[in-house]
Write a protein that binds this ligand. Structure first.
Ligand SMILES: [Zn+2]
Length: 85
């Protein structure tokens, strides 16, 4: 019975994954449409400028980054770790 439960669980995850993927694909397509049509596209890109975490190299939106004297970081932990080093 445990195997059956695992199979059901896997199926559930697969269905959820498909739904998430579909929703994500649709939102990406919508964004592309907006970029082509809208004259405000450049402003939107500027607002969502991506910067790299000084510690781990992860790309994050500029407004979500932690800005310190040492640089910009994806999270407080990495800003702290960089200070230590
Ligand atoms: Zn980081």
């Amino acid at each position: 019975m445990i195997v059956l439960r695992l199979l059901l669980f896997a199926l559930l995850i697969w269905i959820l994954w498909r739904m998430i993927k579909k929703a994500f694909d649709e939102s990406v397509e919508a964004d592309e449409e907006d970029t082509n049509k809208s004259s405000h596209a450049n402003n939107a890109i500027k607002q969502h400028q991506m910067i790299q975490c000084h510690y781990c190299g992860l790309y994050i939106p500029k407004e979500e980054a932690i800005h310190t004297q040492e640089g910009s970081f994806c999270c407080k932990e990495h800003a702290h770790l960089q200070k230590k080093d």
